[in-house]
Design a protein. Sequence first.
Length: 201
Amino acid sequence: MRKALIGLAALALVAAPVFAGKYNKSISVGDKAPDFSGLPAVENGQDTSLSLADLKEDVIVVVFLANHCPMVKAYEDRLIDFTKDYKDKSVKVVGLAVSDSDEDRIEGIKKYTKEHGSNYIYGHDASQAVGKAYGATRTPQFFVLDKARKIRYTGSLDDNATQTKVKTKFLRDAVNALLEGKNPPVEETAAFGCGIQYKKK
């Protein structure tokens, strides 16, 4: 995290989060989450395959990542802490990279997760179809799915890239509410971070 903070000042694609309106052009809160299956992934340093149907936890947190993104690196410690805090609460964290850069392919993911001690399953969406289906535009960008696999929250993990300045923890608030059988207090925020570059058809 400390190395990542050095690059934050130079990050051009950061937008301050705004908290009104709709931010996703592809899906809305309450929609059925787009399916994915057979994605190559890494978990605990081991190769595996990632499919939404195979995940049995009550709450799934899908986060779009890019290993080359300074904002993703700055949030890595928070993501690791979140995964650790909820691992015994029927919550599964799923990272997905949609970039075709070497850093974001499986070998790059293996290296990244080993270096950072990442404790969540991390897959690669080479076709970018999953990212497009979810309407992901930034990294990191979070989507919380309930037991029926409907999207109940989408946006940022919290309200500030600088951890000491965080006032509202949107992701934790949303997941805690769902585990208690309640609606998330905030259902959608603007994601902030590096822009996702999709391939032109």
